[in-house]
Design a protein around this ligand. Sequence first.
Ligand code: HSE
Length: 307
Amino acid sequence: MDSIKIFSPSSVANLSCGFDVLGLCLDTIGDEMIIKKSKKPGVRIIKIEGENLPLSIEKNVAGVAAKSYLNKFPTEIGIEIEIYKKIKAGSGIGSSAASAVGAVFGINELLERDIKKIDLIPFALEGEKLASGEAHADNIAPAMLGGFTLIRDLKSLDIIKLPSPSELVVTIIHPKIELKTSHARAILKTQVPLKNVVKQTANIAGLISGLYSNDYNLISRSLNDEIVEKERSLLIPKYYSLKNSALEAGALGCGISGSGPSIFALSRGYIIAKEVANSFKNIISKLNIDFDIYISKINSKGVRKLT
Ligand code: HSE
């Protein structure tokens, strides 16, 4: 095998009640990458399409992740990476995580090494660190493993894959405004009132319980954020109008996707997910902001080889 093509999916982090610990993997939007063997030793990014990102290994999330993997598992074989970005950088649906996960998974597949996906996560995290200044795995884990994931402990990589009830469908709206994760983190208060922590804990337990029992009502009741939504909502135009319209259209829940500016809604079935998309469109088209809307099933496989 001299060359492989992979699909590296986008993802939604936080899922309202799970700030920095929950995420899910999307199906319809993802980057493609071609990873090839080369006679010239070392790893190089030779092409990037779709986004204006640096080719330099040290400055590119995929490059940093690849280098970190190859430092631990060196090879004599030269490696060339082509990146076809379909996920917009800074959109809040895990663009940097997809690049990092794709590079590490792709190189591991190309070299036919028997290393489990979960054990590749630390290398991908090195890339994510470059993008947001801080390691958090709530996009990396779902992009790598698929489905819903819980980061119980980042240091020891205690990561749990949760069940995905089959009727869940995600609607995403990406208002194209610039919002950096580092900024969306910097504005957060460092202390949270105890009563909010109690509610957040109850909701995360409720959501996880709902995922295990296929209880869509419980999932719906639990999709609330008591910790970061209030502050971050100020960074997204018409956030509460968009959220309320999704709920009125029948979504189980709606919140900020990762650090924004994208907003996600979870619905039971495609019909409602499409109504949610229309309700988003009605509101955002009155503003002078470009946007994308996506509808996606939960991707239970995560990053995968295409050819
Ligand atoms: N959990 C992170 C945050 C995700 O909300 O800041 C950002 O990628």
